[in-house]
Design a protein around this ligand. Structure first.
Ligand SMILES: [Zn+2]
Length: 151
């Protein structure tokens, strides 16, 4: 296989692959080679100009990932602070139970303890078990510093 840079009557430059140089001559003579942009059949080998960077309509390299949708860092920070504030407000009426969280949540779910708002620590395994038992628990949106570590 060989690749040629071709140019149509409209000035579009494009690449075309052929089995051989003879195949290119045959296909061009038969009118089988047309510009992919405008369909012009008047194509010829483009003049090679190694020192010219721009090659018409050819896309160069991979398409860059779209940028501009990502919010600026300060917007993300402000959003995180809002979430943290909302969570702190929610936790005002909630009792910190630390590592007893899984046991307490289960006991409340089973009716062994009066229902109350609690939050605490649970391992991923405990959280998984609670979810499987149908205990309504939700992960905290932002990490909470245990009260005993605040002093
Ligand atoms: Zn063209």
């Amino acid at each position: 296989m060989i690749v040629f840079d071709l140019k149509c009557g409209g000035g579009h430059v494009f690449e075309a692959w052929f089995g051989s140089s003879a195949a290119w001559e045959e296909q061009r003579a038969a009118g089988l080679v047309a510009c992919p942009i405008c369909g012009d059949g008047e194509v010829a080998k483009a003049v090679m100009a190694p020192n010219v960077g721009a090659k018409g309509n050819r896309a160069a390299g991979p398409i860059p990932a779209p940028s501009g949708d990502a919010p600026p860092a300060e917007v993300v920070k402000a959003a995180m602070e809002m979430i943290a504030a909302a969570q702190a407000k929610m936790l005002e009426t909630s009792q910190w139970v630390g590592t007893a969280f899984a046991d307490k949540a289960r006991a409340m779910h089973l009716g062994d303890e009066p229902t109350a708002q609690i939050h605490g620590q649970a391992t991923a395994e405990q959280a998984q078990e609670l979810a499987e038992e149908g205990v309504p628990v939700a992960p905290l949106l932002v990490p909470v510093v245990p009260p005993e570590r605040r002093n």
